[in-house]
Ligand binder design. Structure first.
Ligand code: SF4
Length: 709
């Protein structure tokens, strides 16, 4: 057992409610919980400034997972008959510790990998990274945020020296003149966020959307640019070309606050409008109109999301859009700037505190000698004991069971069998492991393959902090006891470390002590949380990092005077368009793109178990244009087979003019035969190592499926 004391939970009753946050996306809407476990009442928290009481259908139904009949209530160990059988915590912990020990003795420390998630609290993400480096002494630790936000994070660091999704509070959106929103369908992924765009519209502002699909979000847009998938960098360079040509860039800002513009200017000169129209499919007149709207706005924001980021040139795409923001002098100016719409619940905090292969807490680089020494001092180990950078998420999974690769893997808060690209291949690799350990609250597709499963406490059963898409650090409250037999992941990591003889590095009386250590570890780093306390978060509806001292109020708006780069200036990066890894050809004539829908969330481990959400969206579909349907003789509602170079799968056709004729769309929330990620491409961005979920070449054909009565 660890030293974590299980503090009594606040037993909510109907007379009083507890303010906490939704377990799903990065908006982290405020909610109020009251009632008993059996009869939980959940409402939006109208006092929380981000959502002001609004919730989406996922949030309204979030309590359904707490009482679900399929919850795991005991550790499971795969027995000699191949079945997962209940086991005691002591037996399961001892078994895993012993197997890790033997595997590392035989194959070296790096033979054991850790895989985290963007939904884990900051404290868990921190503890997971520390567990990997101190208890396992492995370099192989990464997380599913690599699949989600890593290209925007990398580009922001390259351009600004710092990555915080939105460098301004979300409320600024309502007052800006112009928003260029790229590759996002917030009307389905974050509906309460749309209120701010509605307010912006009422205030006279305009929204320009860039997306190959029309969506509920494009209904609110003044202009919708339905570009050819994979051509974002061309479009962005083309817009910059016109801004320069027509004298709309901010020379004073470029001179005073940026560097390396001349090369970008030279590259933009080669993206003349006719060329851009030919590659992107966007008419020249529309590109000029967008450039003029942006260039003449008093204030403007450029916001990117997964559509442009989940590509093998995702970093380049984001840098190209950042170049526009810098050329217009938007970054650090009131009601203006560049931002990334982060996706997962703690996608922001999860990428700051050390569960990434190349990173130490506080957003420090693992290769930086000073950073290593600082963290070694906090952890009480020699600097040389901290391993160097390991492999990125997909690359680590791809080595599973191979010579020189990982032989054991522990997965916490992630369902990699559904969420990885080329998922059938990843499933085969996981089968080749000597040991797979999963911590989750349901038997996810990944947990079903495990040798050992630990049951995790859920969002309302443990406390901890989350950092939302604005960089606002929030407190999630523990309002219920975990069910009997269930423990928190904090307890799991500390207990396992103790079984491995490293318990002295993992002694915490409570979660707050983990956070206090995280604060010390982050002090002086880019994501500096040293001045943030639980009390301060509770008193202020969150605190924006960096917050460098307890009497510091936090930093809602970044880059006002300087950038955290050596020169204090933001950096332009010249970007040339590259072809996507797979372009359509005669064998695979269409683009396949994937994404989220309103009533499901990520790999669906939680939301597929919520009855109300399944009523709304019970299965995936393939969206295709009427002329595409005609071309391939497909009727609405028919079963069609999609085939890529990775495999094939069958989906129901949904025919709609909202999508381009050369593109089809499938949501990715389902597993098994319904998993579209069995078909997606494992091509990675060369810098961020983010997979190209957003496009690959695909064939579509009618299939004669015999439907069973
Ligand atoms: Fe939860 Fe996100 Fe929906 Fe808000 S928008 S209720 S945080 S899923």
């Amino acid at each position: 057992m660890s030293d974590i004391v299980v503090t009594p939970s606040v037993q909510i009753d109907s007379a009083e409610s507890t303010a906490t946050h939704c377990p799903y996306c990065a908006l982290q809407c405020g909610i109020q919980l009251s009632g008993s476990r059996e009869q939980i009442k959940l409402v939006g928290n109208k006092h929380f400034p981000v959502n002001k009481g609004s919730l989406c259908i996922k949030g309204w139904n979030a309590s359904a997972t707490l009482t679900h009949s399929e919850r795991l209530l005991s550790p499971l160990i795969r027995s000699s008959n191949g079945e997962l059988e209940p086991a005691s915590w002591d037996d399961a912990l001892a078994f895993v510790a012993q197997r890790f020990h033997v595997i590392q003795q035989q194959h070296g420390k790096d033979a054991v990998g850790m895989f985290g998630g963007g939904s884990l609290t900051n404290e868990k993400a921190y503890l997971l990274g520390k567990f990997a480096r101190v208890a396992l002494e492995t370099s192989n630790v990464d997380y599913n945020g690599r699949f989600c936000m890593s290209s925007a994070a990398t580009a922001s660091q390259m351009a600004f020296g710092l990555d915080r999704g939105l460098p301004f509070p979300i409320e600024d959106i309502a007052y800006t003149d112009m928003v260029l929103l790229v590759g996002s369908n917030i009307a389905e992924t974050m509906p309460p966020l749309l209120h701010y765009f509605g307010e912006q519209h009422r205030n006279g502002g305009q929204l320009i959307l860039v997306d190959p699909r029309a969506s509920l979000t494009s209904n609110q847009a003044t202009l919708h640019l339905k570009l050819t998938p994979g051509t974002d960098a061309v479009l962005a360079n083309g817009i910059l070309h016109i801004l320069i040509r027509d004298g709309l860039i901010n020379h004073q800002y470029i001179d005073q606050r940026t560097e390396d513009f001349s090369r970008v200017k030279a590259v933009a000169a080669t993206y003349w409008p006719e060329r851009v129209e030919r590659i992107t499919g966007i008419p020249e007149a529309l590109i000029v109109r967008v450039a003029h709207m942006l260039g003449r706005a008093r204030s403007a924001m450029i916001l990117t999301a997964r559509g442009t980021e989940q590509q093998s040139q995702g970093v380049n795409n984001v840098l190209a859009y950042i170049n526009i923001a810098l050329a217009l002098g938007l970054v650090g100016r009131p009601l203006s700037g560049y931002g990334c719409i982060t996706g997962q619940g703690n996608g922001q905090g999860g990428r700051e505190h050390g569960q990434k292969a190349d990173q130490l807490p506080g957003y420090r680089k693992i290769t930086d000698p000073g950073a290593r020494q600082h963290i070694a001092n906090v952890w009480g180990i020699p600097e040389q004991a901290i391993p160097l950078a390991g492999k990125s998420a997909y690359e680590m999974l791809d080595t599973a069971g191979k010579d020189g690769g990982i032989r054991a893997l522990m997965v916490m808060g992630s369902n990699v069998v559904v969420s990885s690209p080329n998922a059938s291949h990843i499933q085969e690799r996981l089968k080749a492991l000597d040991l797979l350990v999963v911590a989750d609250f349901f038997l996810s597709e990944t947990a079903q393959m495990a040798d050992v499963v630990f049951p995790s406490a859920q969002w309302a059963e443990e406390e901890g902090t989350m950092t939302n898409l604005e960089g606002r650090v929030l407190k999630r409250e523990r309002v219920l006891e975990p069910p009997l037999g269930v423990r928190t992941d904090y307890d799991l990591l500390c207990s396992l470390a103790a079984c491995m003889g490293k318990g002295q590095f993992f002694t915490y009386a409570d979660t707050q002590q983990i956070f206090d250590e995280l604060r010390r570890a982050s002090a002086g780093g880019i994501a500096d949380y040293s001045g943030i306390t639980y009390e301060k978060i509770e008193a202020n509806q969150g605190v924006f990092w960096p917050c460098v001292a307890e009497d510091h109020a936090g930093t809602p708006r970044l880059f006002l005077d300087r950038f955290p780069t050596p020169s204090g200036r933001a950096r332009f990066h010249a970007v040339q368009h590259r072809q996507p890894f797979e372009a359509p050809d005669t064998a695979y004539p269409l683009y396949l793109t994937t994404g989220r829908i309103l009533a499901q969330y990520q790999s669906g481990t939680q939301t597929r178990r919520v009855p109300r959400l399944n009523e709304v969206a019970s299965e995936p579909f393939v969206e295709l244009h009427p002329s595409t349907a005609h071309r391939f003789m497909i009727a609405p509602g028919e079963s069609v087979r999609l085939t890529t170079r990775r495999g094939s799968a069958v989906f129901t056709a949904k025919v709609t003019p909202s999508i381009r004729e050369d593109t089809i769309f499938v949501p990715f929330h389902w597993g098994g035969e319904q998993s579209i990620n069995r078909l997606t491409s494992p091509a990675l961005d060369p810098i961020s190592r983010m997979p190209e979920f957003k496009l690959c070449a695909v064939r579509i054909e009618r299939c004669e499926v015999t439907m069973e009565a």
